[in-house]
Design a protein around this ligand. Structure first.
Ligand SMILES: NC(=O)c1ccc[n+]([C@@H]2O[C@H](COP(=O)([O-])OP(=O)(O)OC[C@H]3O[C@@H](n4cnc5c(N)ncnc54)[C@H](OP(=O)(O)O)[C@@H]3O)[C@@H](O)[C@H]2O)c1
Length: 260
């Protein structure tokens, strides 16, 4: 039997992992919310690992509010960087494979073609910088890890662009959506399947990987698609803007190489 820890269990990706988990007694999964295991508490992390052993730890816990991170830099770095080090230390001690999720925001978005794993990073906001630091601390601490950089996650769960747009459409609101950024919306359910596949396959091809769905879109394109397939048959109208003011700078264009 494989024992697996999932951190950040109330988040959108963790909920998708629960839905996609293999229905087999060969896998025993502890899904721990922030209340059950606060990854910023190094002592709690070490204590938890001293009384439990795991084959895999999937770290979905993160500080994900890109806007607030600009004014809460210390907290963003504590959750997205220092705490990843705590988990890496604990995992290394018991040869647990750490599967960690990172972001396309480690790039500055100035490359016109798809970003590859070997491309130079250059985050332009606090969130991206804190996630990059987490990647570096992890890769300097242990070898048995997978870092999966993903982009524009959406799902039926939590706060994400899809759910925000659906809420506004249901309220019949007209919306103005930015065309400033290009990226790849990625279904968190697909990422969850990918993570389980890593575990089920027992692959030892450790390292850093880019994972997204295929294609490219602006947020306006994404909203237009949501409106098209929305079962609400909303009367809302969508308008474009090429300038939507935000606290955090955003990379202009990031996409990953298409999956075959
Ligand atoms: N969302 C995106 O568009 C996107 C894009 C690229 C990469 N990612 C990465 O994908 C991963 C999953 O993101 P997501 O969309 O599932 O995020 P999410 O819905 O915001 O979930 C993150 C979870 O982490 C928990 N958390 C925060 N601080 C914690 C702490 N100190 N200890 C334990 N848990 C803590 C939160 O707890 P509470 O529920 O208590 O707040 C939340 O449930 C993250 O690493 C994120 O950086 C996300």
């Amino acid at each position: 039997m494989k024992k697996i820890l999932v951190t950040g269990a109330n988040g959108q990706l963790a909920k998708c992992l629960i839905d996609a988990a293999p229905k087999s007694e060969d896998y025993k999964v502890d899904y721990l919310s922030r209340a059950a295991l606060d990854i910023t508490d190094e002592v709690s992390v070490l204590e938890h690992f001293s009384s439990n052993t795991y084959d895999y730890c999937i770290n979905t816990a993160a500080y994900t509010n890109v806007e607030k991170a600009e004014s809460e830099q210390t907290q963003a770095f504590l959750v997205n960087a220092a705490s990843v080090q705590f988990l890496a230390n604990a995992c290394k001690n018991q040869a647990t494979t750490l599967i960690h999720i990172s972001t396309d925001y480690v790039f500055d978005g100035t490359k016109s073609t798809a970003y590859e794993e070997t491309d130079a990073t250059n985050p332009i906001n606090v969130y991206g910088a804190s996630k990059l630091k987490g990647e570096l601390l992890l890769s300097q601490t242990m070898e048995q890890y997978f870092i999966l950089r993903t982009s524009w996650l959406y799902s039926q769960y939590g706060h994400n662009f899809l759910n925000t747009i659906l809420k506004h459409l249901a309220a019949g609101k007209d919306l103005t959506i930015t065309t400033e950024q290009v990226g790849t919306p990625t279904n968190a359910n697909d990422l969850a399947q990918c993570i389980w596949q890593i575990i089920i396959s027992e692959t030892k091809a450790y390292g850093l990987y880019h994972y997204s769905n295929n294609g490219e879109a602006t947020w306006f394109d994404f909203a237009s698609e949501i409106l098209k397939v929305s079962p609400l048959l909303s009367n809302s109208k969508l308008a474009k803007t090429d300038h939507y003011p935000t606290f955090a700078k955003r990379p202009k264009k990031v996409s990953f190489l298409q999956q075959k």
